[in-house]
Design a protein around this ligand. Structure first.
Ligand code: ATP
Length: 318
């Protein structure tokens, strides 16, 4: 659906995107993650032609964006909805009028507009608010209006630039659930930019980690969190404090066996006591994944490793 190859972007002499290559599949929920200034919004804006790229290729539905003329770009953008952190609603228009606006600009009939706006307001749970004005709505409600407005022209792709950053955690979850529902129901590809790892965990199937315009991680979300590499750990701010004595073994539990009592069974079968240094289970993309560090005596290392190898567990000696 979106294919990016060796993309580079400069602002003047400063390079803000460096050799980016990714593929985003149709129907996927894809997150672009990174600290402030990493280049996330720039990359997102390149995807709908709001920003020009300096070199490389960016194709949406096999169309190279930089080769599109003015008119082609206008109809191309019809196929891409966008939502923002601060909602971008028009204050003097009510909810109905805000949502109707893109269809009016494209010259749809009153009946078509009325049908679509009511259908979308019902989808986002705001049918009772169609006469309200933005200043009478909560942040979450405003974002729901913005989502409805972004869907009026029936786009195949929805781009979200920090759409939940101004919302509290509960409202964030409800907006993310709405985005999941839209993704499933309308089969829309969603690309979202965020600096919040919790957002990535809750919604994304794939994630791209950016740092100073460079890709420092790109994988299925579960794999990124299950076995984070050094860069990812640094990004997550994880510090692993482990005992100096003995051998520290880190175990990664993928979704299918995160719940199994692997450690206690191993302890019983090998007739050994382990020191559990730390461990955690977390929900990523609706799956439970986890990891745990155990400390074993030097002389027990081999038998523990042989046991782990016989099971479907990813592991490493720290
Ligand atoms: N129009 C512009 N002109 C010059 N430099 C720009 C422009 N827009 C962005 N930049 C620079 O490009 C870099 C990437 O900016 P971008 O907004 O893409 O980052 P970001 O990861 O989205 O950050 P944030 O989360 O703070 O929005 C930054 O160093 C920024 O200062």
């Amino acid at each position: 659906m979106i294919s990016i190859k060796n993309l580079n972007k400069f602002y003047g002499s400063s390079k803000v995107l460096n050799d980016i290559s990714i593929d985003i599949k149709a129907g996927e929920i894809f997150a672009i993650v990174g600290h402030s200034g990493a280049g996330k919004s720039t990359l997102l804006r390149c995807m709908n032609g709001l920003e020009e790229y300096s070199s490389g290729s960016l194709k949406v539905n096999s169309k190279e964006i930089k080769e599109l003329g003015k008119e082609q770009l206008r109809s191309f953008r019809k196929n891409i909805g966008m939502i923002f952190q601060h909602f971008s609603l028009i204050q003097r228009k009510n909810v109905y009028e805000n949502v109707a606006l893109p269809m009016q600009l494209w010259g749809y009939s009153k009946d078509e507009i009325d049908k679509k706006v009511k259908e979308l307001l019902s989808l986002v749970g705001l049918k009772s608010k169609l006469n309200s004005y933005p200043n009478q709505l909560s942040g979450g409600q405003k974002q729901r209006v913005a989502i409805a407005r972004a869907l009026t022209l029936e786009p195949q792709v929805l781009l979200s630039d920090e759409a939940t950053s101004a919302l509290d955690p509960n409202t964030t979850t409800s907006i993310l659930n709405l985005l999941k529902k839209i993704n499933k129901k309308l089969n829309i590809t969603i690309v979202l930019v965020t600096h919040e790892m919790d957002v990535v965990k809750q919604i994304a199937q794939k994630a791209l980690l950016l740092e100073h315009g460079n890709i420092i991680g790109f994988d299925n979300t579960e794999d990124l969190f299950l076995k984070p590499d050094e860069k990812m750990k640094e990004f997550l701010g994880e510090v692993e404090v482990v005992p100096k004595k003995g051998v520290n073994i880190k175990l990664y539990f993928p979704k299918k066996n995160a719940h199994k009592s692997f450690i206690t069974t191993m302890a019983r079968e090998l007739d050994m006591d382990f020191n559990i240094v730390w461990g955690k289970l977390e929900e990523v993309n609706s799956h439970i994944i986890g990891n745990m560090v155990i400390n074993v005596k030097d002389e027990e290392e081999q038998s523990v490793i042989e046991y782990i190898k016989k099971h479907d567990i990813v592991w490493e000696v720290l």
